[in-house]
Design a protein around this ligand. Structure first.
Ligand SMILES: Nc1ncnc2c1ncn2[C@@H]1O[C@H](COP(=O)(O)OP(=O)(O)OP(=O)(O)O)[C@@H](O)[C@H]1O
Length: 231
């Protein structure tokens, strides 16, 4: 589904990511993990085309997308929930969802029923401003906005950051539904182990810009957790 080969990334002269190979299995939830500052967001930004790739390649559904635009990635079915949610606080909930629709080719595109059925609170609050929503509701809006293009791959960057525990569980259930019932492939950046255990099939562990371990979740040993994750 998504295949990264030998990705290297830089900020100016600083080498941030080193020779990253990553392959996502279709229909699985893969967790990209590692402590603060190891390069998770940089990798996701590289996948999304927000950072230009200087070395390495990215394939999505057997097409080379390494140098394709952000818009092309959306047309091809990659949905993205950025770190910090990035809700437009002055726009209504519905307007925020419509921003996501701009990435669809069809002019007649409408917000899919799925979004409001997954997140009834967004329907109830569709005329309220994004800035009036709680953190958990904003996170639901950010996920809903990524889903309006009906993606086949959904990438979420730390969706539980700053969210109350009961809402974290709700977000985990939604990810499981998207993954198991609708067959979406999910790439999740996450550090919280209980949440990872709730949703992930596979993992990639980064440390100082390098992939130091990957496999199915059962292969995430206590030693790896102790040495490379903040628990
Ligand atoms: N725009 C930037 N310019 C220069 N350096 C950056 C920039 N963004 C991130 N960095 C640096 O690159 C490294 C990787 O950062 P990145 O945000 O990818 O890590 P992360 O694993 O996502 O961390 P976190 O969990 O805190 O979000 C860090 O050392 C960070 O300080």
């Amino acid at each position: 589904m998504l295949k990264l080969s030998n990705i290297n990334q830089f900020y100016g002269q600083t080498h941030i990511l080193w020779d990253i190979d990553l392959s996502l299995a279709k229909g699985k939830c893969t967790c990209l993990m590692g402590r603060n500052g190891v390069g998770k967001t940089t990798l996701v930004q590289s996948i999304m085309g927000n950072l230009k790739i200087k070395k390495g390649t990215i394939q999505f559904k057997d097409t080379d997308i390494t140098h394709k635009s952000i818009e092309t990635r959306a047309y091809m079915g990659i949905g993205y929930v950025p770190q910090g949610r990035q809700i437009f606080s002055q726009l209504t909930v519905e307007e925020n969802l419509r921003v996501g629709l701009a990435a669809k080719r069809s002019r007649a595109a409408k917000i899919p029923d799925l979004v409001y059925s997954l997140f009834p609170v967004l329907k109830e609050m569709r005329n309220r401003r994004g800035g009036d929503l709680s953190g958990g509701q904003q996170q639901q809006l950010a996920i809903g906005r990524a889903l309006v293009i009906e993606p086949s791959l959904l990438i979420l960057d730390e969706p539980t950051e700053g969210i109350q525990p009961n809402i974290v569980h709700e977000i985990g259930s939604i990810i499981n539904r998207l993954n198991h019932e609708l067959g979406l492939t999910v790439l999740l950046v996450e550090q919280k182990l209980p949440f990872i255990q709730m949703v992930a099939d596979d993992f990639y562990l980064l440390d100082r810009g390098r992939n130091i371990a990957n496999g199915c979740l059962a292969q995430l040993t206590p030693n790896l957790i102790k040495n490379y994750l903040t628990v």
